[in-house]
Design a protein around this ligand. Structure first.
Ligand SMILES: Nc1ncnc2c1ncn2[C@@H]1O[C@H](COP(=O)(O)OP(=O)(O)OP(=O)(O)O)[C@@H](O)[C@H]1O
Ligand SMILES: [Mg+2]
Length: 389
């Protein structure tokens, strides 16, 4: 019997079979890096790609040529590819999500008149909701995705997702936001103020009037005015807010959308990733792959010759040490590295067990340096595509 060379797990098929790829996972695990690397690879191989990033590290944004002042789609210039020794057969556009701006655009598009839109945009409460309310960023990422999805210009859209302290927030956030805006409390406010015009409490029901007067004592009438205006305006605007959120969520279940769950081998991240996998399944969303990023490679694995490993370790030891101490530190670093590699391997196996070895698992090693330019992104992409192990 001839043994076939095992092919390394690859995300190639995920890119081939889907039009939208969403990178999800807990904070700091490498979602933005994975999203950018996937987008880069697809553009190199001939697709017209949009990478919708959220809050990318400044150096990464710079090396993609993203101007911090704009959140429009920007073509990654061919010179940047050439400088990194790369040649795109397609095109790569990148865009940073600006939550407030997306929300503002939504208001401008759906308000019944320009005056109403202006009034909402200038409302203090709106300014809070559009910038600080938990869930807004996640919801707006979904809105933006839905918008760019309509565009025929892209063969592939890769969506990065916001950092959440808990990975589960991401899927629940849109619903929470809708509930906050479309809650019984908000509806109560609405009724209390409906037809109030200049907000005289006399017109509202007696019970509500008393509560309002009580609230005004604590919060100041101006704040209540703000709430009242906002609630009545936003109610008109987002009459169908719940429906919109549902439509967006349904769109994420369509067969051309794939979720790529990103995690690190950190025990906490692994636990969250396992929960997240269950959550995705519960929402009926397609988890196409799990990327385990920043895995410390076992030194016995062919990630460089012993000499290269030695040199790499040497570079981490403080300079100016005498030779005897240097040797000691070097072996200590080697031991630390081995220990981390063994621990990481254990965590990777735990993740497989927790997620019942379902689907595709791709590992990306911890690179020596941060991933902040096209050249290092393309290195990450090689691991993601299984062309480097
Ligand atoms: N395989 C890797 N090797 C070395 N550095 C990496 C690797 N992957 C990511 N990094 C670095 O780790 C940092 C965090 O990565 P990234 O910004 O992609 O995480 P994130 O999940 O998007 O974080 P956040 O949740 O804050 O948005 C970045 O500085 C990035 O360059
Ligand atoms: Mg990020």
């Amino acid at each position: 019997m001839t043994e076939e060379t095992p092919t390394a797990p690859s995300l190639l098929a995920v890119l081939e079979r889907h039009r939208v790829v969403v990178c999800v996972g807990s904070g700091g695990v490498g979602k933005t890096t994975t999203a950018a690397a996937l987008a880069l690879y697809a553009s190199l191989s001939g697709k017209n790609v949009l990478c919708l990033t959220i809050d990318p590290a400044k150096r990464l944004a710079n090396s993609l040529g993203l101007d911090a002042m704009t959140s429009d789609e920007q073509l990654v210039a061919p010179e940047l590819f050439t400088a990194a020794g790369l040649k795109p057969h397609g095109s790569l556009r990148a865009m940073m999500l600006d939550t407030k701006r997306t929300f503002d655009e939504l208001v401008a598009r759906y308000a019944s008149s320009r005056e109403r839109a202006e009034r909402i945009l200038n409302n203090r409460l709106y300014q809070y909701i559009s910038t600080s309310l938990a869930g807004t960023q996640e919801y707006m990422a979904m809105e933006k995705l839905n918008e760019v999805r309509q565009s025929k210009a892209y063969d592939l859209i890769v969506l990065d997702t916001p950092p959440t302290t808990n990975a589960l927030d991401f899927l629940d956030a849109p619903e929470k936001l809708v509930n906050a805006i479309d809650s019984p409390a908000m509806r109560w406010f609405m009724q209390a103020f409906s037809g109030a015009g200049k907000l005289g409490f006399g017109i509202v029901g007696r019970g509500a009037g008393m509560v309002m007067r009580g609230l005004a004592k604590f919060t100041g009438g101006e704040f209540l005015d703000s709430v009242a205006h906002f609630v009545s305006d936003i109610n008109e605007l987002f009459g169908g807010f719940t429906d919109r959120a549902r439509a967006v969520e349904n769109a994420l279940r369509s067969s051309d959308v794939a979720f790529v769950l990103v995690t690190s081998p950190d025990p906490l991240a692994v636990r969250e990733a396992a929960f997240f996998a269950t959550k995705l399944a519960g929402h009926g969303m397609r988890q196409a792959a799990t990327v385990i990023n920043r895995v410390t490679p076992l030194l016995s694995e062919p990630h460089g010759t012993q000499q290269e490993v030695h040199a790499a370790l040497l570079s981490r030891v403080p300079r100016g040490l005498n030779e005897a101490l240097l040797e000691e530190k070097l072996w200590q670093a080697l031991d630390d590295e081995r220990l981390r590699a063994v621990t990481d391997r254990g965590e990777v196996e735990r993740l497989h067990a927790l997620t019942k070895n379902r689907g595709l698992y791709v590992e990306v090693p911890a690179l020596e340096e941060d991933v902040h330019d096209l050249a290092s992104l393309s290195r990450v992409a090689e691991y993601l595509m299984g062309s480097r192990t």
